[in-house]
Design a protein around this ligand. Structure first.
Ligand SMILES: NC(=O)C1=CN([C@@H]2O[C@H](COP(=O)(O)OP(=O)(O)OC[C@H]3O[C@@H](n4cnc5c(N)ncnc54)[C@H](O)[C@@H]3O)[C@@H](O)[C@H]2O)C=CC1
Ligand SMILES: O=C(O)CCC(=O)N[C@@H](CCC(=O)O)C(=O)O
Length: 490
């Protein structure tokens, strides 16, 4: 039993709540168990963050940056260990978890640049004095992370929030507590002052206790649309608190008149099946032209999908896909496939639960053309790609837009005019041409419209929601203006 569970005011504490555990979805063993945080421990974490706020926000940006850069150095030194923890908890292959740690390290320089560019100080001369635009931190913010990138995505809120001068209570996904613990140990080694970054572990009730805490000034969330919507409802009536929601998608990828079939199939597979389909940006709906050209793509796609290697995260010959995050997540994908089949969809490659007690599934492709009118507008968060055969490009774009979500979308087509038409009409926050729709850059904003977010994009624009702007006009001495307003004599 782990007694080194919650990090509050620079102390590691045992939990006072109920039993929680983390299971390796590939090897099926328990790798972490502890007790969740009690309501009192959540209160203590918020209190610690509040106590630390005045002195942390009073440091200069460069003083705060020293701690954050030290954290980046420690991440680099511990890259393999963190990558292994991510693999153990998520099932993702080591090649992929190493890139996740790389993205965490890269986040520091990007956030430093974004802070200055997005929230820097602007000075304008005025007839009397100067006008300034500056930014201040909100105060105490909660950060909620998802399981699919347990290091990189919370880090994408934590780093810019700390640089801006906020203090934090972090609630990791209950599926990935070990990665969170290892990461917080590095922050502690970086010498972060007590209370600046706190962590409480637990399931939904810990999340609710933190999200509803009156001591928060804001909450930065990455996770499912269902949870994001609940948080949005919870924050209703609190216009003074900032809420940033990064949520799911039902992302379309359209193929039209593209000559290089292998490149098309590559981009489809990277879009649909990387991370075993557990990326918010993954293609869920693939639009392929009716007719011979479309049939050629489909045949090659089916062949390549059947050849995708699924395996252990630490296998010497690394697989493309590891296990899904849990046995439960894998069984939900089998259920989603069955629901579509019951509606009348046709299986092209069956998604199979390879070992019923693990998270291993094989990738699946299902033709939903005939049931398009009855299709649930849901994010199936795993490697199941729905194919829609189309004849008219505009109708395909209309159908691509026929979703409440709007995170990522892509077009694979050789004609630039087709892309310009697609770009103009498609509704999503990430729109790509002849590139996979996964693998977004941290040097760009990252967020969606509709049920995918609340217009507070993260990544390069995370700086925007980490502080509020302050406009000032300033003059060193009180000075009587040369010209007074009409009707005034002083
Ligand atoms: N747009 C984006 O940037 C990204 C979105 N996602 C989305 O995240 C989802 C997968 O992640 P999950 O971990 O399953 O998401 P989730 O919504 O189940 O959990 C996210 C976090 O919220 C907490 N939580 C769950 N229910 C809660 C409640 N009622 N009140 C307060 N906290 C609660 C969880 O413990 C976890 O820390 C997918 O839908 C995916 O599309 C994932 C990565 C990136
Ligand atoms: O936050 C950033 O630095 C960029 C966004 C990012 O890394 N996106 C990844 C993963 C997010 C996900 O899909 O779950 C991506 O676009 O693949």
């Amino acid at each position: 039993m782990n007694t080194h569970t919650h990090f509050i005011a620079d102390n590691w504490l045992a939990g006072e709540g109920h039993d929680i555990k983390s299971i390796d979805p590939a090897k099926k063993n328990v790798i972490w168990q502890a007790k969740s945080a009690s309501q009192e421990q959540v209160n203590s974490a918020v209190k610690a963050a509040r106590s630390a706020f005045a002195s942390w926000s009073n440091l200069t940006f460069d003083e705060r940056l020293v701690f954050v850069k030290k954290f980046a150095e420690l991440l680099a030194q511990n890259k393999q260990a963190i990558a292994l923890s991510i693999a153990q908890e998520t099932g993702k292959p080591l090649w992929e978890t190493a890139t996740e740690v790389g993205a965490m390290i890269g986040k520091i320089a990007l956030s430093e640049k974004a802070y200055h560019e997005r929230t820097g100080t602007v000075e304008n001369a005025m007839p009397l004095g100067k006008a300034f635009i500056r930014h201040k931190p909100h105060g105490v913010v909660a950060v909620f992370g998802p399981y699919n990138f347990p290091g990189h995505l919370p880090n994408g809120h934590i780093v810019p929030a700390l640089l801006a001068g906020n203090t934090i209570v972090f609630k990791p996904s209950d599926l990935t507590p070990l990665v969170a613990e290892k990461t917080l140990e590095l922050w502690q080694q970086a010498g972060l002052p007590a209370g600046v970054l706190n962590m409480v572990q637990g399931e939904v009730e810990t999340g609710k206790a933190l999200a509803s805490h009156s001591g928060l000034d804001g909450l930065f969330f990455t996770g499912s649309s269902r949870t994001g919507r609940l948080l949005h409802e919870q924050f209703a009536g609190h216009p003074g608190k900032i809420l940033a929601l990064e949520m799911g998608g039902n992302n379309p990828l359209i193929v039209k008149d593209a000559a290089d079939i292998k490149a098309v199939v590559h981009d489809i597979i990277q879009s649909a099946f990387v991370t075993s389909g557990q990326r918010c940006t993954c293609a869920r709906r693939l639009f392929i032209q009716q007719g011979e050209a479309g049939d050629v793509i489909m045949n090659k796609l089916i062949e390549a999908t059947n050849n995708i290697q699924v395996g252990m995260y630490d296998a010497e010959a690394q697989p493309f896909m590891g296990a899904m995050v849990s046995q439960h997540a894998a069984s939900l994908m089998v259920k989603a496939q069955q629901q579509l089949l019951t509606l009348g969809a046709k299986s092209l490659v069956e998604l199979k639960h390879l070992d019923i007690e693990s998270g291993f599934v094989s990738p699946g492709i299902i033709d939903v053309t005939d049931i398009i009118k009855d299709m649930p507008d849901e994010e199936h968060f795993g490697p199941l790609l729905k194919v829609i055969r189309y004849t008219d490009f505009d109708q395909a774009i209309d159908e691509a837009n026929n979703t409440s979500f709007g995170l990522s979308a892509g077009l694979l087509a050789d004609n630039q005019a087709d892309y310009e038409h697609f770009y103009q009409r498609i509704r999503a926050g990430i729109v790509n041409w002849n590139r996979p729709i996964t693998g977004a850059s941290g040097a760009a904003p990252f967020g969606g419209i509709g049920d995918s977010g609340n217009h507070r994009a993260s990544a390069y624009y995370a700086a925007d929601y980490c502080s509020y702007p302050v406009a000032s006009v300033e003059l060193e001495k009180t000075t009587l203006p040369d010209t007074l307003s009409p009707g005034l004599s002083i």
